[in-house]
Design a protein around this ligand. Structure first.
Ligand code: GTR
Length: 421
C-alpha cells in the first residue's frame, strides 16, 4: 500500500515537472507580453529620425546585445594574413573560378588557420557574393574532388563521415542539397563558405579555436560579458569579409551573409556588428536568432542555454525562465541591420524555431526600416506558406522541415537580384 502511494506521488511529480519543462507549441499558452518598442530609448525618449536612431538608439541596443546576450570580443588580433592555397579557372564544368584561401589569425604568438572556399562566376569581373558557414566542412557542399578536407576537431557523426572527431573524404558532397552552387553562379553571384568548427569548435568547454587565441595566460573561460561561440563565429565571418574585400573577383560592397539555424543566429549577429555586410539572410534561425524570445514558444532562453551553454555569453543565463525581464527582444537585433536588406525565412514544420515569432520579429523591426524610407513588412498576419513577402525586409515560410532547400535559395537569389545587385 505504502509503495503504491509512493509510486503515485512519484508519477504525479514527474507529470508536474514534465508539464513545466515540455516545450510549448500552443498559441493559446503564449504569455501576454509587451514587445519592447525599438523606437523608444531605454530612458523613454521617442526616436523619430534615422540620425537619432544611428546616434542614440542603435548604439544602446547594440551595447545591450553585446554585453548581455552574445558577448563582447575581448580584444584585437595582432595580425591577419591570407594565402591562396589553390585556384582553378575551370571549376564546375568550366563555369566558375574556384579559390581556396587560408586565413591566418595571429595573436600573442598563437595562431589559428581557417580555410575559405570560393566559387566565382567567370562571366563577370566583380561578383556580388553569398558568404556563409557550413556545418560539416567545405568538402561537404558539393562533389568537387579538389575541395580540401578540414582536419580540425568535429563532433562524431558516422552518417556525415566524421570519424574519431575528424571529418573524412566520406563526407564529400553530403550537404550538396543545401548549397545549389550552380544556380548561384548562373545567377551571377559568387559563393564563399567556411567550416564553423575551424573557427571555434562547437563544444561547451570554450578551450580552443578563437577563444583560446584570445585568452590571457592562465585564462580558460571568457568573462561573463565576453563572447560565446555565436559571437566568435560572427567574428570569423568578419575575418572572411576582410579577405573578400581584397579579392578583385568580388564586389566587397555586395556581400550577403547567410546562415542556417545556429549559423543563422550567427549571420544575424555578424550583420548587426559588421556594417560591411550589405545584406543578411537568416534561415530557420529560431531562438536567439530571429524569433521573439518573449513568446517562449518551442525553444526558450532557458532551454537553449542549458543545451548549448557555450553559445551565448554567461550574462544571458540571467534570462533563463525569465524572458519577461529582458528589456529587448530579437526584433531589435534585426533592427540593428537596418537599413540594409534582411531576409528571414521559416519552415512550417520547424515549430521548435517558432515561425510565428520569426515573422513577428520582422514585422516589429519594420518601423526602423521605415525611418530610412525602406519598406519592411506591414501586414501583421503571417503570409501563407510558399508566398514570400520581399521588400528590403523580406520573409517567407515554406512547407517542410528545418533545412535549407532549393526553394529557399530560389527566393534568396530573386530577392538579392533586386535588393543587392
Ligand atoms: C538545435 C537548437 C537550435 C538550432 C539547431 C541547429 O538543436 O536547439 O537552436 O540552432 O540546433 O543549429 O541546428
Amino acid at each position: 500500500m505504502k509503495s503504491h502511494l509512493l509510486n503515485f506521488i512519484f508519477l504525479l511529480m514527474s507529470l508536474l515537472v514534465s508539464a513545466q519543462f515540455e516545450p510549448n507549441y500552443e498559441e493559446s499558452r503564449v504569455p501576454q507580453f509587451q514587445v519592447p518598442d525599438p523606437l523608444i530609448t531605454f530612458d523613454g525618449k521617442k526616436i523619430q529620425e534615422s540620425e537619432t536612431w544611428m546616434k542614440q538608439r542603435r548604439p544602446e541596443l547594440l551595447r545591450f546585445f553585446t554585453q548581455q546576450v552574445y558577448g563582447a570580443v575581448p580584444g584585437d588580433l595582432d595580425n591577419i594574413s591570407f594565402t591562396v592555397l589553390e585556384k582553378s579557372r575551370n571549376a564546375l564544368d568550366g563555369k566558375a573560378i574556384r579559390k581556396q584561401v587560408a586565413i591566418r589569425l595571429q595573436r600573442k604568438k598563437k595562431e589559428l588557420v581557417v580555410t575559405l572556399l570560393l566559387y566565382l562566376p567567370k562571366k563577370q569581373k566583380r561578383s556580388p557574393l553569398f558568404l556563409g558557414y557550413n556545418f560539416y566542412g567545405n568538402h561537404t557542399v558539393g562533389k568537387d574532388p579538389a575541395v580540401l578536407v578540414p582536419s580540425c576537431w568535429s563532433n562524431n557523426n558516422e552518417a556525415m563521415g566524421v570519424i574519431q572527431n575528424r571529418p573524412t573524404d566520406a563526407s564529400r558532397g553530403l550537404r550538396a542539397h543545401r548549397w545549389p552552387v550552380e544556380q548561384i553562379i548562373e545567377a551571377g553571384f559568387g559563393l564563399c563558405t567556411l567550416y564553423y568548427n575551424e573557427v571555434d569548435p562547437d563544444k561547451n568547454d570554450l578551450s580552443d579555436g578563437l577563444h583560446a587565441l584570445f585568452y590571457d595566460s592562465g585564462q580558460d573561460m571568457p568573462q561573463d560579458n565576453q563572447w560565446g561561440s555565436l559571437a566568435a563565429w560572427a567574428f570569423g565571418l568578419g575575418r572572411a569579409m576582410d579577405y573578400l574585400e581584397t579579392d578583385r573577383g568580388v564586389d566587397g560592397s555586395k556581400v550577403v551573409v547567410f546562415g542556417h539555424s545556429r549559423l543563422g543566429k550567427t549571420a544575424l549577429w555578424a550583420g548587426a556588428t559588421d556594417p560591411r555586410f550589405a545584406g543578411v539572410i537568416s534561415n530557420n534561425s529560431g531562438c536567439g536568432g530571429a524569433a521573439l524570445s518573449k513568446r517562449q514558444f518551442g525553444e526558450t532562453v532557458g532551454r537553449i542555454n542549458n543545451s548549448f551553454p557555450h553559445w551565448f555569453c554567461a550574462n544571458f543565463k540571467q534570462f533563463n525562465e525569465n524572458e519577461e525581464a529582458l528589456p529587448v527582444d530579437q526584433h531589435q537585433l534585426l533592427a540593428l541591420i537596418a537599413p540594409r536588406p534582411l531576409y528571414v525565412a521559416s519552415a512550417q514544420e520547424d515549430r521548435w524555431a517558432d515561425p510565428k515569432g520569426e515573422f513577428l520579429s520582422v514585422y516589429h523591426a519594420s518601423p526602423v526600416y521605415g525611418l530610412f524610407g525602406k519598406q519592411g513588412i506591414t501586414q501583421n498576419t503571417m503570409p501563407m506558406a510558399n508566398t514570400p513577402l520581399q521588400n528590403t525586409l523580406a520573409y517567407h515560410i515554406r512547407t517542410g522541415k528545418h533545412d535549407v532547400t532549393d526553394y529557399d535559395w530560389e527566393q534568396y537569389i530573386k530577392w538579392a537580384e533586386k535588393f543587392i545587385k
